[in-house]
Design a protein around this ligand. Structure first.
Ligand code: G1P
Length: 291
């Protein structure tokens, strides 16, 4: 498998779980402390050595790349106040990766969103997919762990996460065959099965490394769960022909597409940040004691 340097990040969703807030702010720009969740996901991609990011966007939302563009007026003001460092993380992204967009004209599902980005990839190019509702505190970064496995075994690989039985219907679920401690061969995939029909408790938590061949399956797959073109369904057909690995990621994952997961991510990031950790720990203890 060739070296993977391009990542697709689909951000065309309307964020209905966070309405009315998402009427004003797209979900992917909700902050985790002081950074948009999308920036954290892009930083994960960059620290995993991704050089090109393809954002799949909705025509109903604004242009997300404006955030990464220089803002000369703001930079002038911050320079005068000696505070330009406040933008250094955004500047670092600009100098490390090329961010491009492609418009998904209709909300036809994750598989359709990924297929929309196909014309922007080089012929035969493998790529990564990062779903920005899934955020990781992991070292090495989650995508890096998958890329390392994929490079070592010369095979595509997807992240796995063990979830409680009552949560299987929220995820793509994998039937697996264990190869070693954290590595599995994917036998079959089902999108959001009922508890009674789930082949395991191994969920797909939003990180994938695949070869270009996946597009052949995405073009063929019929609408599945919710009448949408599901990435999981295309991966299921792909896994019948291409050996596909699953990897239980080291690290903590947050579902920031859910209100509790979003708050949990903010708390976890604040607890590990030296300027906020101690104060927050104290405040949370007092809050819980008053309950
Ligand atoms: C999507 C995928 C699902 C995956 C999940 C991870 O579902 O379709 O297979 O497990 O992301 O977050 P969504 O949560 O967007 O409905």
């Amino acid at each position: 498998m060739q070296n993977v340097t391009t990542a697709i990040i689909p951000i065309a969703g309307l964020g209905t779980r966070f309405l009315p807030a998402t009427k004003a702010i797209p979900k992917e720009f909700f902050p985790i402390l002081d950074k948009p969740a999308l920036q954290l996901v892009i930083e994960e991609a960059i620290s995993s050595e991704i050089k090109r990011i393809l954002l799949v966007i909705s025509p109903l939302k604004g242009d997300p790349t404006l955030y990464f563009n220089p803002d000369s007026e703001l930079e002038k003001q911050l320079t005068l106040k000696n505070q330009l460092h406040l933008l250094s993380s955004v500047h670092a992204i600009r100098s490390s990766a090329k961010i491009e967009t492609v418009v998904q004209t209709k909300p036809a599902g994750l598989g359709h969103a990924i297929l929309t980005a196909a014309p922007l990839l080089k012929k035969e190019e493998p790529f990564a997919v990062l779903l920005p509702d899934d955020l990781y505190l992991a070292d090495p970064p989650c995508l890096r762990q998958l890329l390392d496995l994929s490079a070592k075994r010369k095979l595509p690989a997807i992240a796995l996460l063990e979830v409680p039985p009552q949560e299987v219907s929220k995820y793509g679920i994998a039937q697996v065959n264990q190869l070693n401690k954290r590595t599995y061969r994917i036998e079959r995939l089902v999108e959001k099965p009922k508890i009674s029909e789930a082949p395991s408790h191994f969920a797909l938590p939003g990180r994938y490394v695949v070869t270009h061949e996946i597009f052949r399956f995405l073009r063929k797959v019929r609408p599945g769960r919710g009448g949408e073109i599901q990435f999981t369904d295309a991966l299921n057909e792909y896994a019948k022909e291409v050996p596909l690995l699953g990897y239980l990621i080291h690290g903590r994952r947050f579902d920031v597409g859910d209100i509790c997961g979003y708050i949990e991510a903010n708390v976890a990031y604040a607890l590990i940040r030296p300027e906020t950790g101690e104060q927050l720990r104290h405040n949370l203890r007092a809050l819980l004691a008053d309950e």
